[in-house]
Design a binder for this molecule. Structure first.
Ligand code: HEC
Ligand code: HEC
Ligand code: HEC
Ligand code: HEC
Length: 386
């Protein structure tokens, strides 16, 4: 979700790829276009379309792609370097081809009107403007949440938790718990039900970067009396309720009524969590109220600000290899501009999940979440026109 990958890793891998790929690049450069056309008509058009423009989701366009890259890809399917359950179609298709056939068919596809150009023509009507606010979509999604959780993520409603500055990892767990019913709350479940995994991650991140302030709601207990029993909780939640572990919520500054209700929910199982159930099992009503007041009175600490990358910031990283707007001119790096969007999504997920093993692209895609993948695929699918 955050940028964790060093550029050095990626660059070291570039160097290796340059060495490995060079034989294929040379062979492809010597391919015979006419001979390649015959092979393509016989073996490839059924999936990759006439003129190398695929009409099928998940099947990439090949028209104008670098011959060297195509050659490397074909050898990858043949030798198993690029193989998995998802790619059997290609492994079968290349089975009958010799190295010479591959070079010829690669040269043929390279010679066709590039898909980037075809896409640019099609998009003349005007590509949608690129969004610069990484939270633009999430703001719309969370409009309904503000009434209870506050515009700035700090709740002023007794019984509603503040979300600002709570760690994204914990918020993702919390939202999913409503979804699965591990945390029983009809209203929150109804809110979360329609959200996709990507939307949940975005919402969590959106609140995590907000600045928390202590709830100004009425205290339900005696914060001084809550101090002693709270010592048992410090190991996980911190002395002052500011937890370090990303899966453990910050208690400091949350509304006291909410905290007490949460503890009772662990006790009676409406919130299913074995660790919390055991640690709060023996607490009585007064202790619960006092400990809740103790944590509510503590100052919440903001998380170090981690901003998500905008599509533009992501693309700057990618374009170092894939060329401006993904219009690569280097045969080692595939052209992305105008490539089929569903193919790009599928492929980035394969790199991310390790099903398509390429050390460079694994490193690049490792830090992406699903929302990043969708945004980047959309960007490259239409970047041909820009
Ligand atoms: C049965 C359908 C099918 C046939 C026939 C087929 N392909 Fe493919 N091709 C695919 C699919 C699906 C993918 C995407 C696989 C993946 O995710 O790696 C693909 C991927 C490719 C790629 C990788 C492109 C990229 O951008 O990385 C190349 C190159 C390719 N095919 C060339 C060919 C050639 C040349 C032929 C004919 C010899 C051929 N294909 C026949 C379905 C097919
Ligand atoms: C009508 C008031 C209301 C609205 C609207 C609302 N919530 Fe909540 N939310 C609550 C209450 C009350 C709880 C505590 C429920 C419980 O006891 O589990 C809660 C709990 C949560 C939690 C768990 C926090 C924690 O510390 O564990 C998250 C995350 C959350 N809401 C997110 C959202 C999001 C995102 C939306 C909008 C899509 C939303 N809520 C809309 C009232 C609301
Ligand atoms: C072993 C570590 C551990 C200890 C000890 C512990 N907690 Fe927790 N606590 C957690 C974790 C993990 C969660 C998140 C559980 C979940 O996802 O529902 C949590 C959640 C909570 C919540 C819910 C906060 C929210 O935003 O919804 C409250 C309240 C809480 N703990 C209070 C306490 C109190 C009071 C004690 C001491 C009696 C205590 N905890 C001891 C790990 C711990
Ligand atoms: C250090 C160089 C480098 C960087 C940076 C890089 N890539 Fe790549 N990318 C490659 C190479 C090399 C391949 C071909 C690898 C293979 O054969 O699987 C590739 C393949 C791809 C493919 C598959 C294309 C196809 O036709 O199958 C996609 C999609 C892609 N990259 C997207 C991205 C995105 C998005 C980023 C930025 C987050 C990025 N790349 C950053 C080098 C790079």
């Amino acid at each position: 979700m955050f940028e964790r990958v060093t550029i050095r890793t990626a660059l070291a891998a570039t160097f290796c790829a340059a060495l490995i790929g060079s034989a294929a690049l040379e062979a492809a450069a010597a391919g015979d276009v006419e001979a390649g056309k015959t092979i393509a008509k016989k073996h490839c058009v059924v999936c990759h379309g006439p003129e190398g423009m695929s009409g099928t989701a998940d099947v990439p366009h090949l028209a104008g792609q670098h011959a060297g890259y195509i050659m490397t890809a074909l050898q990858g399917y043949r030798d198993g370097a690029r193989a998995s359950d998802f790619m059997v179609a290609m492994t079968v298709a290349v089975g009958a081809l010799s190295d010479e056939d591959m070079a010829n068919v690669a040269a043929y596809y390279d010679s066709l009107t590039p898909f980037a150009q075809v896409a640019a023509q099609a998009a003349k009507s005007g590509a949608p403007p690129e969004e610069e606010d990484p939270f633009a979509a999430v703001r719309a999604m969370t409009e309904a949440c503000a009434g209870c959780h506050g515009e700035d993520g700090n709740s002023d409603q007794p019984g509603s938790p503040g979300l600002a500055g709570q760690r994204a990892e914990y918020l993702v767990d919390a939202l999913n718990a409503y979804k699965t019913g591990a945390r029983k709350h009809d209203m929150m479940q109804a809110f979360v039900e329609p959200l996709s995994t990507a939307e949940i991650e975005e919402i969590a991140f959106y609140y995590a970067v907000m600045k928390p302030v202590a709830a100004a709601t009425p205290m339900i207990g005696d914060s001084f009396a809550g101090r002693a029993p709270a010592a048992a909780c410090a190991v996980c939640h911190g002395e002052d309720g500011n937890a370090e572990d990303p899966k453990t919520p910050r208690l400091a500054g949350l509304d006291s009524e909410y905290l007490a209700a949460a503890i009772v929910a662990y006790q009676d199982g409406t919130r299913d969590h074995s660790v919390m159930r055991d640690v709060v099992a023996a607490l009585d009503k007064t202790e619960i109220a006092n400990m809740s007041a103790f944590y509510a009175a503590k100052a919440p600490r903001a998380l170090p600000v981690l901003k998500p990358l905008t599509t533009k910031e992501w693309a700057e990283k990618c374009n170092r290899c894939h060329g401006p707007g993904g219009k690569s001119t280097d045969p080692r790096f595939p052209i992305l501009a105008g490539q089929s969007q569903s193919y790009l999504i599928k492929t980035l997920k394969h790199y991310h999940g390790g099903q398509r093993g390429d050390p460079m692209m694994f490193a690049m895609s490792f830090a992406m979440n699903e929302a990043d993948i969708l945004k980047l695929a959309a960007y490259y699918a239409r970047s041909a026109a820009q």
